[in-house]
Write a protein that binds this ligand. Sequence first.
Ligand code: ATP
Length: 236
Amino acid sequence: MRLELQDVSARYGAVVALDRISVVVPSGTTAAIIGANGAGKSTLLGTITGLVPLAGGRILVDGADLAGLPTEQRVRGGIALSPEGRRLFPEMTVGENLLSGAYARRDRRAVAADLERVFALFPRLLERRGNLGRNLSGGEQQMCAIGRALMAAPRLLLLDEPSLGLAPAVVVDMARAIRAIAATGVTVVLVEQNARLALALAETGHVLEAGRLVRSAPARDLADDPEVQRAYLGEL
Ligand code: ATP
């Protein structure tokens, strides 16, 4: 699914959270959105899911304007979000949490096949299938949140900070899983404070600063850029 943001603006009261952002994510590619805390990254994903209203601009998927479509219809249309902070159902099991992602789907066979695919991607979730959401480790919660988003059979997957709070070894597993998901042809928008990881996984990178898009470039060019290295990659 091709995603295009045209001059997208968003505000919270008087606070301008996004100021005329234009980004194109070609179908089947991964885009990294990097930026400091509060730069507007989560808000950007919110405008795509419909959770944050637009103050201006347009969002097109495969050329169709999303204006006026409620979140549920966007999910049915193939857009899924794995939110920051996981937001699992704490009193539901891993299996129930995963299946909740497929609530809009009727084809039980396809849902069962996707569940197997999620377990193949994250074998830990199969081991923890009967455990309650609240008893999962941070890494397991994150895997479960991504798995739940995948259960919607998305063509556009929005990942908000998938590496946040994970131990380094778990980040490696997470990176492998995101690569495997992208390799299936799903378009991925990856929001990360871990810019190094995001740029390693993406074809293109977009840098947000205080609600403004300040750079869009091939991810490799951004990773090699001294200014980006200084500001976002923790290098001197
Ligand atoms: P983080 O990584 O901390 O989530 P972010 O880059 O995702 O940062 P956003 O969460 O999109 O940034 O926030 C962008 C701006 O909008 C910030 O100034 C933030 O304080 C403000 N903001 C976000 N959500 C709300 C809200 N619900 N009400 C008011 N202001 C908000």
